[in-house]
Design a protein around this ligand. Structure first.
Ligand code: SF4
Ligand code: SF4
Length: 179
């Protein structure tokens, strides 16, 4: 998740209507991110084979199996600015937060980890950009906030809760899509 360069030239080009994700240049790729910040919420995969394990024993994974169920919580990464929904350490995010997901053309097959509203997932699944996307709204996220597409006002900081009780924070609203 990043502060996206929604330049006028990019918006005017309407590249998302004619260019597949795999063919996008860097600026186009970055501009597809709608900045919802749902990917900055802690998520857990229900793995029956793993049995009961503690949060300390649980390990991050970059590999998922189709059909696995992903649970979202409202626990936000400590580096997330929860009002702007932007990463405060975008350039150093992978170094500071090893489990931070960086979506690339190479791991698109794992896109099912992302919420249904994620604009990369929407594009990958052929659903196109939603009407609330900043590229269709002068670069603004106002409509997204109004429609509750972003995480604004609905999260707790990972440093302020007992992560052992993460199950108490499981929520379904990140799974919703609008439009
Ligand atoms: S969920 Fe997708 S669109 Fe939303 S901030 Fe993360 S990468 Fe961007
Ligand atoms: S470091 Fe945290 S706030 Fe920044 S992009 Fe990654 S998950 Fe989001």
């Amino acid at each position: 998740m990043r502060k996206t360069p929604y330049t006028k030239a990019l918006m005017d080009s309407e590249f998302w209507l004619t260019t597949q994700l795999e063919e996008m240049n860097k600026a186009q790729w970055e501009a597809i991110c709608d900045g919802c910040a749902k990917c900055c919420l802690h998520k857990f995969i229900d793995d029956e084979e793993a049995g009961d394990i503690s949060e300390q024993e649980a390990t991050p994974t970059a590999v998922g199996n189709e059909g696995e169920e992903v649970f979202f919580t409202n626990i936000a990464c400590q580096l997330l600015h929860t009002k702007s929904c932007e990463c405060t350490q975008y350039q150093r995010r992978s170094e500071l937060v090893p489990h931070c997901i960086t979506l690339t053309k190479d791991n698109l097959k794992d896109i099912f980890y992302m919420p249904k509203s994620c604009s990369y997932r929407r594009m990958h699944e052929g659903r196109g950009l939603a009407s609330w996307h900043p590229l269709l709204n002068k670069g603004k996220k106002t409509k997204m906030h109004e429609l509750d597409v972003t995480i604004r006002g609905r999260t707790v900081n990972e440093n302020e809760i007992d992560m052992q009780s993460f199950e108490d924070y499981i929520v379904t609203w990140p799974l919703a899509d609008v439009d």
